[in-house]
Design a protein around this ligand. Structure first.
Ligand SMILES: Cc1cc2nc3c(=O)[nH]c(=O)nc-3n(C[C@H](O)[C@H](O)[C@H](O)COP(=O)(O)OP(=O)(O)OC[C@H]3O[C@@H](n4cnc5c(N)ncnc54)[C@H](O)[C@@H]3O)c2cc1C
Length: 497
């Protein structure tokens, strides 16, 4: 309470009103490993060889996360005769793609269903998002991707009384748009999933699926190799040379690895480098890394699961501005993530940022407030990773060399599905270079218009801190957003533009 003395207009959030006992939190956190549950669970594949000699490709892909892997797979499926080479600085799936929450969401941009979002292409984006999810599900079947895909749908949760109106608004929109949904009031929601903090819920059966993130990355790499993609790990591209204007010569990727230095000469290049420094200087300030944190419990007993319910196993997200997202794993652990999103001045990706005891403690408290039935449970893993955020919080698409180099990133927390969409956008754009007409995907304003870049430091840090402070403030003021958040939203910028 002391924190709130003198802040009369600020209300405590449900997590501050119901803080679990320190001893319960200590017990839960006591034996955790600072390691990514998904990567532990998937086991390690042998690292593929590094690139040791100059090579040539029709399509060269940089980055072995979902964006690069889906691009390589789809490129090979579209053009089986093409030579496709993928180079990855470390190992396939080590970064965000191997450590995310595994909520594979149909929506291609954040928050559209909550009524806060803004988009001039939201109608077609919604349909394209559904088609994208369906195409991923087909690919899981056709390529035999053993990634624990579960078409569970998603539930949006009101955890404060003022959020109930947002859900009602979203339900009304879903009714208008013919989107399958069920609105559950407080009693019905708690009967479905027994949490004392739920005020209402919107069940959206078509909105998403669950996936084992690290297995998806590993399986995409396997499928890509089987299709004939050559994958080189531990191979970092240090720079890229674009062909002279009007010439058709190759793009050159300069690489370094334990095997030495080498080059990849390529007719077409796809950059799936996410939060890492862009190889195209013009996009160097289009994404920044924001760290997100996650916990995994030990497998829940049948008795505990029975006490919680959650028979639909849906991916869950609450409607706080600093929201949580959580899910069950195939062996019935709970993976619980969100709330703190931390930007470090300078915008670097660094292992040093991955362990943040105060955040893991807060997240554990929030987990136990959400499900007090879990008192006495042990957490097994705690980890974090960098999310690629752009100024408009949804994917951006860049290009160079007359479209022969494509770049997509900035998926915010929506990259599991959006990366697949982005792969198709970039391959469509290659076809456009060859004279094909624009596709529905390439014609989208979201694809055509890159967002404004982040400002240089220290303005970037100041802006991001002010935005995070404002979001937190809104959660303490019945969701009311201040002038900064309203202005960002008006200009198509910020957390849910
Ligand atoms: C903790 C966490 C939870 C998340 N939860 C969700 C969720 O539930 N749902 C959702 O939709 N999204 C979620 N996300 C976001 C999602 O994981 C990402 O948007 C997505 O994985 C991005 O994929 P990517 O391939 O673009 O990037 P990455 O997975 O980051 O892969 C980029 C790869 O490029 C390589 N690379 C970079 N530069 C070079 C270079 N110069 N040379 C060679 N290789 C290079 C890197 O080594 C890396 O492997 C989460 C992210 C995090 C961190």
């Amino acid at each position: 309470m002391a924190r709130f003395a003198g802040m009369a207009r600020l209300q405590q959030t449900v997590f501050e009103r119901n803080v679990p006992a320190r001893s319960v939190v200590d017990h839960a956190l006591g034996g955790t490993r600072h390691a990514v549950f998904w990567q532990d669970d998937a086991g390690t594949d042998d690292i593929r060889p590094a690139l040791s000699a100059p090579t040539r490709a029709d399509v060269a892909v940089v980055g072995g996360g979902y964006t690069g892997l889906w691009s390589a797979v789809r490129a090979k499926q579209r053009h089986p005769g093409a030579r496709v080479v993928l180079v990855e600085a470390r190992a396939v799936g080590w970064a965000a793609s191997g450590r995310n929450g595994g909520l594979c969401m149909a929506s291609l941009a954040p928050d559209r269903e909550s009524g806060r979002g803004r988009s001039d292409d939201s109608g077609s984006l919604t349909r394209l998002g559904q088609e994208n999810l369906a195409a991923m599900e087909s690919a899981v079947g056709e390529l035999g991707l053993a990634c624990q895909w579960e078409r569970t749908g998603l539930v949006d949760l009101a955890i404060e009384p003022h959020q109930v109106d947002l859900l009602r608004y979203a339900a009304a929109r879903a009714t208008r748009d013919g989107v399958p949904h069920t609105y559950l009031d407080r009693a019905k929601m708690r009967a479905e999933i027994a949490s004392p903090i739920y005020e209402a819920g919107l069940v959206r059966p078509d909105a998403g699926a669950l996936v084992h993130p690290a297995r998806l990355a590993a399986e995409l790499a396997r499928a890509a190799s089987e299709l004939g993609v050559e994958i080189f790990e531990q191979t970092r591209v240090t720079r890229l040379t674009l062909p002279g204007r009007g010439t058709n010569s190759d793009v050159v990727l300069w690489t370094t690895s334990p095997a030495g230095e080498a080059t990849v000469r390529a007719d077409r290049v796809i950059l799936g480098t996410s939060v890492f420094p862009s190889l195209l200087r013009r996009y160097s300030r289009h994404t920044l890394p924001v760290y997100d944190y996650a916990l995994a419990t030990e497998p829940l007993s049948a008795e505990l699961l029975g006490a919680i319910g959650w028979r639909g196993r849906q991916g869950l997200t609450d409607l706080a501005n600093r929201s949580h997202y959580y899910r069950l794993t195939a062996d019935n652990r709970m993976v619980f993530s969100g709330h703190d999103a931390v930007y470090h001045p300078g915008g670097r990706v660094s292992r040093a940022y991955e362990n943040r005891p105060e955040t893991f403690r807060r997240l554990t408290e929030h987990l136990l407030t959400t499900f007090p039935q879990l008192e006495g449970i042990r957490l097994t893993h705690r980890w974090s990773g960098a999310i690629d955020v752009s100024t408009r919080s949804c994917a951006f698409f860049g290009q160079a060399a007359g479209g022969r180099v494509q770049h997509a990133a900035g998926f915010a927390g929506h990259g599991v599905a959006t990366s697949h969409f982005a792969a198709h956008v970039m391959l469509d754009r290659f076809d456009v270079v060859d004279g094909a007409p624009d596709t529905e995907r390439t014609a989208l304003p979201m694809v055509r218009r890159p967002p404004v870049p982040f400002p240089p430091e220290p303005v970037a840090t100041a802006g991001i801190r002010a935005t995070h402070w404002s979001l937190d403030r809104a959660d303490h003021q019945s969701g009311r957003r201040n002038l900064l958040l309203r202005s960002l939203s008006r200009f198509g910028l910020g957390p849910d533009s």
